[in-house]
Design a protein around this ligand. Structure first.
Ligand SMILES: *Cc1c(COP(=O)(O)O)cnc(C)c1O
Length: 462
């Protein structure tokens, strides 16, 4: 059965109409809106121009090699890397982080023949992005998670270094964030990087979310390749680079470390294979869009967008300070805020109340750390440049939502909920679902989460 293009496009438009608005600042996670329609139009045209090419082979599609080289060059200048810093454009932050872990593992192994059969380990704060746990699972490494302060969400460098010492020879990589996603806090990068270097261990700075913010934020301690001992860095173009999804950068200090990220083989009768990233065929649309947006914005453009973002973050933090029963966790550097109960406002109920008012924040469940301390459940807000144009409305919505739920007891876990979600789908209000997930042991919750998400795309369901 064939269909007319009008018919097909109408169906796509109808599907998109069900999504939350990606523009306008009402969705406070997942999407990054510059608030500039001209940039969106430019990104669209750039992506369209590069839709048909394949980044698999930069010797065939020279255009892709030129764009990638330009983006890597731009990133290394921004992040204070010298001529010895090189890297790749990847499909996103997760791929950048996985490749940084791969490179660290390969160099760790190459340093000593006895390690060919040993298992490497990485050390990270509990606030590090799950991409590193994923990398460890895919690449067969152990993870040592270091507790952060319950009050501030910050890790102590001495705790990270003690964990490296505890691993001895098996430590291949220390990970720090600039900033961390859950609480928006920058880790003590200089101290961790120096301590790691003294132990011969690599140090990765995960600036996936902060990479295109911190250079213009102001008042930030050195956090990038300006810091000795930092060996690799990830920064997402598809977040505050304001590019469409599918573009990130991973940089390494040293061509040897970058080479360790590659895969090459001639063990088949086809073409000689050289893959810098995890993908084979590589889409170049997002790369072209990221390049175009970066050229159009330039340093000044980013500075202006960050100034607007920073003003919005400060207005909002002040607003929260005036709302009884709610507090911002720690003192974040950058555009991420985590809101915790400060005597009366449950963050999960708050997220539901905000959603009813047309605002989408993210529930972050409480987490018991390896030392038994418990990080609070929070509501996460990612602010972007466009937030500035709606910040008064957002502050009002927060205050009204807090008023609505203040004093309401925290949602209780419901053991029957997973089965109900699997048969009926997710309810509108998520507080109970989140409270249930939060209370379930990890080895029970993980398969349950997978089942729920599997069901969402199962052709036999719904
Ligand atoms: C978003 C993010 C990542 C992973 O990026 P994806 O693009 O979602 O794969 C890694 N680290 C941090 C701190 C992030 O915010």
């Amino acid at each position: 059965m064939t269909r007319s293009t009008d018919d097909v496009l109408a169906e796509l438009a109808a599907l998109r109409a069900q999504d939350p608005p990606t523009h306008g600042g009402r969705v406070l996670a997942y999407v990054y809106d510059s608030g500039r329609a001209d940039l969106d139009a430019l990104a669209e045209q750039a992506a369209t121009a590069f839709l048909p090419v394949n980044g698999l082979d930069p010797t065939t599609f020279r255009s892709v090699a030129a764009l990638e080289s330009s983006l890597v060059g731009r990133a290394r200048t921004l992040f204070h890397g010298g001529d010895d810093v090189v890297g790749s454009v990847t499909s996103g932050g997760t791929e950048s982080c996985v490749l940084a872990v791969k490179a660290a593992r390969e160099l760790w192994r190459a340093a000593d023949p006895a390690r060919a059969t040993a298992r490497a380990a990485i050390v990270l704060p509990t606030t590090a992005h799950p991409a590193f746990h994923k990398a460890a699972q895919y690449l067969d490494l152990d993870v040592v998670a270091v507790p952060v302060s319950v009050a501030t969400g910050a890790v102590a460098a001495s705790d990270v270094l003690a964990a490296l010492d505890g691993l001895g020879d098996r430590a291949a990589l220390a990970v720090v964030s600039a900033p961390s996603y859950p609480f928006g806090v920058i880790d003590p990068i200089a101290d961790v990087a120096a301590g790691a270097a003294a132990r011969g261990v690599a140090c990765h700075v995960d600036a996936c979310i902060g990479g295109w913010v911190l250079p213009w934020w102001g008042g930030v301690e050195p956090w990038d390749f300006a810091v000795p001992g930092v060996t690799s860095l990830s920064a997402d173009l598809h977040k505050y680079g304001y590019a469409p999804k599918g573009a990130s950068v991973v940089l390494h200090r040293g061509r040897e470390r970058h080479a360790a990220q590659y895969f090459a083989t001639t063990a088949w009768p086809g073409y000689p294979v050289v893959n810098p990233t995890m993908l084979g065929s590589r889409a170049a649309g997002a790369m072209a869009a990221a390049w175009a947006v970066g050229e159009a914005l330039g340093d000044e453009g980013y500075a202006e967008l960050v100034a607007r973002t920073r003003a919005a973050a400060s207005t909002l933090a002040d607003a929260v300070a005036g709302i009884s029963g709610l507090r911002v966790v720690g003192s974040p550097t950058g555009p991420l805020l985590a809101l915790a109960d400060d005597g009366g406002v449950d963050p999960f109920h708050l997220v539901d109340a905000l959603r009813r008012r047309g605002w989408l924040a993210q529930c972050q469940p409480a987490m018991t750390q390896p030392d038994g301390t418990v990080l609070p459940r929070t509501a996460h807000l990612t602010l972007t440049a466009v937030t500035g144009s709606v910040v008064a409305e957002l502050a009002d919505a927060l205050a009204a939502s807090a008023d609505e739920v203040r004093g309401r007891s925290a949602p209780a876990p419901d053991p029957g909920l997973v089965a109900r979600v699997l048969s009926d789908g997710l309810p509108e209000d998520l507080a109970e679902v989140m409270a249930t997930l939060e209370a379930m042991p990890g080895d029970v919750v993980r398969p349950a989460l997978i089942q729920v998400l599997q069901a969402a795309i199962d052709p036999a369901v719904g």
